[in-house]
Design a protein around this ligand. Structure first.
Ligand code: HEM
Length: 133
């Protein structure tokens, strides 16, 4: 509580934080700002109006990408709301495609979470925004 004492005595606050404190603050800010999602949470985002996808333990909100995907929207809807890493790799996406992922990145898969079995919604089902909600 040294700082309380200093401020309450109208002393000048320290001009520079020691380096270790700065490193700690950066670390905590970066850890706190990463959003974790369980497989179960991702599975709920399974509609055309709200579609998530997992690739390599990272979570993407690809809702706005559906109409832009050169491979079409149907494949994304089929592979969405779950781990699509294998499907994504099998296509042999270009470095440009991989680079695009960061636009849609929203967080990480919760390391404690395990994949859930989900009934894949049909394209028609998802297309009218009903999904499995
Ligand atoms: C957010 C994730 C994805 C992004 C950013 C993305 C991006 C792209 C891009 C930029 C292309 C053009 C070719 C290239 O540059 O490689 C492409 C093509 C393609 N993508 Fe994706 N893709 C994603 C997910 C998927 C998934 C999960 C599948 C499932 C199999 C898929 C299937 C395809 C197919 C089949 C093509 C080929 C289209 C053609 O050449 O006719 N994509 N994708």
């Amino acid at each position: 509580m040294d700082w309380v004492y200093r401020f309450s005595n109208d002393e000048e606050p320290p001009k520079r934080l020691p380096e270790l404190q700065i490193v700690c603050i950066h670390y905590f800010l970066s850890v706190m700002s990463v959003q974790n999602y369980t497989y179960e949470e991702v599975a709920k985002h399974n509609t055309r109006n709200d579609l998530y996808m997992i690739i390599d333990k990272k979570v993407y909100d690809i809702t706005k990408f559906l109409d832009e995907h050169p491979g079409g929207d149907e494949i994304l809807i089929e592979e969405g709301a779950k781990d699509a890493s294998d499907a994504f790799e099998d296509v042999g996406h270009s470095p440009d495609a991989r680079d695009m992922l960061k636009i849609y990145y929203i967080g990480e898969v919760d390391p404690e979470s395990t994949p859930v079995k989900i009934e894949p919604p049909t394209v028609a089902h998802v297309a009218n925004g009903q999904g499995g909600k």
